[in-house]
Write a protein that binds this ligand. Structure first.
Ligand code: 5GP
Length: 178
């Protein structure tokens, strides 16, 4: 699973994650639907697993769409410069939109995504992130739903990668280098 000098210490186990997602799904469901199905945006690649689990807990009509983003920069640091690798295949004008992200760290990526999607004039735009790392905040972004607020640690698993590995691990761990 890991390279010999990388150690993944358990941080959030699969049952904790599942319980939190059930609760997030209930909160999203309670707000209800607008005139058309809720557009739920999966921000690839990191949120694919969270997205798959979350949408199954949302009891509303939905349209599911995928947005590919790739951040420039090192393996463990976001530079804030983001490149769209796959655009939405649906027009979100006048639609209720929920962005589903794996982690908000500095906030730069989410701020960029909000700018892009706001420019398309949705009826509403909300954000759901599984993880929030407030210690490293550089820009304020409105987060409507947060799964877990975490310490300033580098996490992998449950969709999150280090150098494209660990995405398939079913829980979240802190990566350290021995
Ligand atoms: P931000 O732009 O908020 O600083 O960072 C957002 C992106 O940086 C995330 O979507 C993710 O790709 C990456 N990132 C930030 N913190 C972590 C972390 O602890 N682990 C992993 N695997 N990626 C992270």
């Amino acid at each position: 699973m890991s390279n010999s000098n990388e150690i993944m210490d358990p941080y959030l186990d699969a049952s904790q994650i599942a319980a939190r997602i059930a609760s997030l799904g209930r909160s999203i469901t309670e707000v209800g639907a607008g005139p058309s199905p809720l557009v739920v945006v999966c921000v690839l690649k990191g949120s694919f697993m969270f997205f798959a689990d979350l949408v199954r807990q949302i009891d509303l009509p939905t349209n599911l769409v995928f947005l590919g983003v790739s951040s420039y920069g090192g393996a463990t640091e976001s530079s804030g410069a983001v490149r769209l690798t796959h655009d939405l295949t649906l027009d979100i004008r006048d639609r209720d939109v929920l962005i589903v992200e794996d982690i908000v760290d500095t906030g730069l990526t989410m701020s960029y995504l909000l700018d892009i999607l706001r420019a398309r004039a949705p009826r509403s735009l909300r954000v759901c992130t599984l993880l929030h790392k407030p210690a490293r905040k550089r820009v304020d972004v409105p987060l409507d739903y947060v799964g877990f607020t975490i310490d300033d640690v580098f996490v992998v698993g449950y969709g999150l990668d280090y150098d494209e590995r660990y995405r398939n691990v079913p829980y979240i761990g802190v990566l350290r280098f021995a």
